[in-house]
Design a protein around this ligand. Structure first.
Ligand code: SF4
Length: 274
């Protein structure tokens, strides 16, 4: 069966053949990244963000088993599916040692409608995501020294250059993504073999789950398939803006030198930042 699945790993260049030379991402298992990186970093600023998709569910289980003092921050956009809210309740009960923190947008849905008009997501989804996701994320990262994510390279071309450990120039924080090497199949196998709670919408054709207004099922997609085609359909938008673009190594954009001057300006202009 041909599924409309995006797999950016198919476009990745082959690894370098010169002995002793390593360019591009190094292959590491999630457990190696957790054990050899996260354990060695300051333990009082470890913050994982998640929208409780399948990848986030798997990573939560790994971090819990590793007994790391991780704070789990999630953004309540007010527009999640009821299945997502129910999963959050189950996850909080299962991982009782972890600290869960809920962050909200500054505007309620009613206030947003008063200021920007009804259904902003249908007219200006970038503005809506900025208000309901990106601004709350800035507050989350104000107190984080390490930002832990469940991003994977093969999720989309814009994530193909994600490294296990990298500096996030958009938010000026160290970012660790233990699942960077994994495929969706590996995530799904882990979920099943460890009895990890997951969003039942994944079994109803929703490979990637966000807000109700901007998430649709994808025909033929099962829980082991991943595509972002069900998100913001018909708009050309594929990312909410929480994560920058990470083109694959070798892509011209990946060679861009970080703009230190503007990174500093962004930091100074970030609401609530020091
Ligand atoms: S995903 Fe849609 S509803 Fe949710 S914040 Fe973004 S534009 Fe708004």
């Amino acid at each position: 069966m041909n599924l409309p699945i995006t797999d950016a790993s198919a476009n990745k260049p082959p690894p370098p053949s010169a002995p002793g030379v390593q360019s591009g991402p190094i292959s590491r298992s999630p457990e190696e990244v957790i054990g050899s990186v996260l354990r060695r970093l300051p333990q009082n600023g470890l913050v994982m963000t998640t929208s409780f998709g399948m990848e986030g569910a798997a990573l939560l289980e790994m971090l819990y088993q590793a007994n790391l003092p991780v704070r789990v921050a999630w953004i309540d956009t007010d527009f999640h599916f009821e299945e997502t809210y129910e999963l959050i309740r189950r996850v909080q009960a299962r991982y009782s040692r972890l600290v869960f923190e809920r962050f909200s947008p500054a505007l309620s849905p009613q206030e947003q409608a008063r200021v920007y008009g009804e259904a902003l997501w249908s007219r200006d989804p970038d503005r809506c995501c900025e208000i309901r996701k990106v601004e709350p994320l800035r507050h989350i990262l104000d107190t984080a020294s390490v930002w832990i994510t469940a991003l994977r390279r093969s999720q989309s071309p814009t994530r193909a250059g994600i490294e296990h450990v990298m500096w996030d120039w958009q938010h000026n924080v160290l970012k660790v993504s233990p699942l960077a090497d994994w495929s969706r199949e590996q995530v799904w196998e882990f979920i099943q073999s460890h009895g990890v709670p997951f969003n039942p919408l994944h079994e109803r054709g929703y490979p990637s789950i966000g807000c109700t207004h901007c998430t649709k099922p994808v025909a033929g997609a099962g829980p082991a398939d991943y595509t972002r085609q069900g998100r913001w359909q018909g708009t050309g938008k594929t990312e909410c803006g929480l994560h920058g673009r990470y083109p694959a190594p070798g892509h011209p954009a990946s060679a861009a030198t970080p703009d230190l001057q503007h990174a500093g300006e962004r930091n100074r202009n970030t609401p609530g930042s020091a």
